[in-house]
Write a protein that binds this ligand. Structure first.
Ligand code: UT7
Length: 340
């Protein structure tokens, strides 16, 4: 049995907001933002676009590349921190309906910017367990709707978009005996729960007066994302290099043997510091945040799709996908592309 990525897809909304656009409304500049983050612009969902519509577009593109029909999908795992609805129904169910994946189970997964790595592992387990089924793994975000656009240290970092992969078994002759190649690390450190937050859950809404149902505390109005940038930066560099190093060690290899690293695109300086720490040339890291900014759970699958469509991922390449995010969460997957 050989679980493989059968197709990839991504979607970025056409509307682009540049650093200059933000600087027209806020005390910042393209020079500051680019030199501190590597970001020049970000895509922003327009009216009518939501996490589910972007996810469905990325997924359709992945299905098309895979040559897989919607009804062949047995599971949809959608990683997001910006679901269409505050809690339920899941965005994955909305996408299931938009795509017509009538034979699929569907659920959302919340592991923030590491969400795609977590989701991939859930889907890999599913296909491993049900070898005749295929899975759709999506990372999709509409982050620009939850930003505090008056906070120059956070609103400049994020953008919207979606990426998707289709997983299935490759039964082609010569492949059937191939062992699964992926090795994954998933981790969390809840002590850092305050570093990146969007409040507004039941923790704030409760308690209600049990008789009248009137909240004893007012609901916070449209809670926005908050960020302790320095703390996240330090955590990110430490964990990205540790996860990649540990994955390589498990496989009896070293990071310099890797062909490509698809790291979560949070900040170009985080990726540069990780590359330095690991003594890896920066060219091994896929970089697109100059034009996409941080798309959280969507960032790794968008990068992957861009690399595939640019012909930069060849069969057998040793790659690592690695991410970190609110929670705090982190995770990485090593594979011989396209086999998981
Ligand atoms: O995916 C996970 C989420 N991603 C992250 O959490 C990102 C991780 N952190 C970072 O990327 C960086 O910490 C930031 C880009 C957020 C901040 O960069 P920094 O180099 O750590 O800046 P800083 O927070 O140390 O701020 C330095 C100065 C401050 O001014 P004072 O107090 O020294 O006068 C800030 O007010 O830069 C100021 N500043 C800005 N100035 C112009 C912060 N944001 C801006 C801005 N434009 N946009």
């Amino acid at each position: 049995m050989a679980i493989r990525v059968l197709g990839t897809g991504s979607y970025l909304p056409p509307k682009v907001v540049t650093n200059e656009d933000i600087a027209a409304a806020l005390d910042t500049s393209d020079e500051w933002i680019y030199s501190h983050t590597g970001i020049h612009a970000r895509h922003v969902a327009e009216d009518g676009e939501t996490t589910s519509t972007m996810a469905a577009k990325a997924a359709r593109s992945a299905l098309e590349m895979a040559g897989v029909k919607p009804e062949e999908i047995g599971l949809i795992v959608l990683a997001t921190s910006t679901p269409d609805y505050a809690t339920f129904p899941s965005t994955a169910c909305v996408v299931q309906s938009l795509l017509g994946c009538e034979n699929a189970g569907a659920f959302d997964l919340q592991a923030a910017c590491a969400g795609f790595i977590y989701a991939l592992e859930q889907a890999r387990g599913f296909v491993n367990f049900y070898p005749d089924k295929k899975a759709l793994v999506i990372g999709a975000e509409c982050l620009t709707r939850i930003l505090d656009w008056t906070d120059r240290s956070s609103c400049i970092l994020f953008g919207d978009g979606a990426g998707a992969v289709v997983l299935g078994n490759d039964d082609a002759p010569g492949v059937a005996s191939t062992k699964t190649t992926a090795h994954t690390i998933l981790g969390a450190d809840g002590k850092g729960q305050g570093f990146i937050m969007r409040t507004g859950g039941t923790r704030e809404a409760l308690p209600l007066d049990p008789v009248t149902g009137i909240p004893l505390k007012p609901d916070p109005i449209s809670p926005k994302l908050t960020l302790q940038g320095h703390d996240v930066f330090a955590f990110a560099v430490r964990k990205l290099s540790k996860v990649v190093g540990d994955l390589c060690e498990r496989l009896g290899t070293t990071p310099d043997a890797l062909d490509r690293v698809f790291a979560h695109q949070a900040n170009g300086r985080i990726i540069e510091a990780t590359a330095r720490r690991m003594k890896l040339p920066i060219e091994k890291f896929w970089l697109n945040l100059e034009t996409t900014a941080n798309t959280s759970a969507a960032s790794v699958p968008i990068s992957l799709d861009q690399a595939v469509r640019a012909g930069e991922l060849k069969d057998g390449m040793k790659i690592v996908m690695v991410g970190f995010g609110s929670g705090l969460t982190y995770g990485g997957t090593f594979c011989h592309w396209p086999f998981l």
